[in-house]
Write a protein that binds this ligand. Structure first.
Ligand code: MAN
Length: 351
């Protein structure tokens, strides 16, 4: 099947050089995976900013957070107990660390492609032991006048889902870790179904099981239970190794439409879609056989981690779905889809 995305001709919209680092001595390495929402008549993105010091050949250095703020860890790059195969993660003396530290930053736009950083909003940075390696990949869902921010909290304790809520983007209520490790890719439905909050999330299992999408329910949007596995990886296909939800499901007459990412064994990240029953989203009605967006432009193929299109934020206007996405884990880009075209690509007899 063809790639259904109409990429912005302005892509990439933002690159690491577009913003200033949060601290002297750090560089922005990646600008990626924005959460997206409307507020105050504008389109906003809550972008993940991944930073580290300028790298030297002989030393690997990266920031972590402790009670005094940012601390830089330095490791001899030839150390026998260092594994640095993956640009995103290193293993040193048996423990995993991230090569960059991420925070979230607010940018806004009047036209959806020129984004600027308004002065009066602060950075959202990791806080406390469970966010010592940063916070990442935030989904923003607006439910009954409150914005729910679900993001990845990373530390040596593991990778879990944190939640903050806000109404004005200045005062935030910290709701703590709502889904413990290993879990990420959590997107809340933007309305309750039969009085109940619903969320998609992605626990990972190292042994039996896999990187599958689950559905959870909650009476209040903070405490989650009744977890059920709804979408699995498919052997030998574009989504064979991992699947994870994008942003909030889109309500259509046919059902809740979710754009998701899938990765294969070569770590190529593509996008696909599935459809859930309007009344009972644990029923998956249909799924695309093929990917609807495949990394193909140079800014998607080459970057900090190439061959990646990853979305966790979008804007819906009638049939027009504008997704914002991270390309090659380094740039922020945009693309437009027709919702009808995605619905037509769904297979109701999917395997
Ligand atoms: C994976 C990648 C990284 C991310 C970590 C922790 O390795 O998605 O970008 O930093 O997980 O979430």
């Amino acid at each position: 099947m063809a790639d259904l995305a109409k990429r912005f001709r302005q892509n990439p919209l933002l690159s690491p050089e577009s913003l200033n680092p949060s601290l002297e001595g750090l560089e922005i390495t990646c600008l990626l995976n924005p959460g997206v929402f409307r507020f105050d008549g504008k389109i906003w993105i809550l972008v993940r900013v991944a930073e580290r010091p300028a790298q030297r050949d002989d030393i690997i250095s990266f920031p972590v957070l402790d009670e005094n703020g940012i601390k830089i860890i330095e490791i001899d790059s030839k150390h026998p107990e260092l594994n640095k195969q993956d640009p995103r993660v290193i293993n040193y003396k048996g423990a995993d660390y991230l090569t960059t530290l991420s925070h979230l930053r607010l940018l806004c736009s009047d036209n959806g492609f020129d984004f600027y950083e308004p002065e009066e909003f602060g950075l959202l940075t990791g806080k406390g032991e469970d966010q010592a390696f940063g916070i990442e990949d935030c989904r923003v869902s607006l439910i009954e006048g409150t914005y729910y921010l679900t993001f990845t909290s990373v530390s040596s304790n593991g990778v879990g889902v944190g939640l903050k809520t806000t109404q004005n983007w200045k005062d935030f209520t910290e709701q703590g870790m709502i889904l413990p490790p290993h879990n990420k890719d959590c997107a809340l439905f933007e309305e309750k179904i039969n009085g109940v909050f619903y969320a998609l999330h992605r626990p990972s299992s190292v042994d039996i099981g896999g990187n599958y999408i689950w559905l959870a329910q909650s009476p209040d949007g903070v405490h989650w239970g009744k977890h059920t596995c709804i979408l699995k990886t498919r052997n030998g296909r574009w989504d064979s190794q991992r699947v994870g939800a994008g942003a909030a499901p889109i309500k259509t007459p046919q059902g809740w439409l979710e754009i998701y990412h899938g990765a294969n064994a070569e770590h190529q990240y593509c996008l696909g879609a599935f459809l859930m029953d309007l009344n009972d989203p644990s029923k998956v009605l249909a799924r695309t056989d093929d990917a609807i967006m495949i990394p193909s432009e140079s800014y998607e193929l080459n970057g900090f981690f190439g061959q990646v299109v990853f979305t966790n934020g979008h804007i819906v206007e009638g049939d027009k779905l504008t997704i914002y996405y991270g390309a090659a884990d380094e740039f922020v880009c945009g693309a437009v889809f027709s919702i009808q075209e995605i619905l037509s690509a769904l297979n109701y007899q999917y395997a």
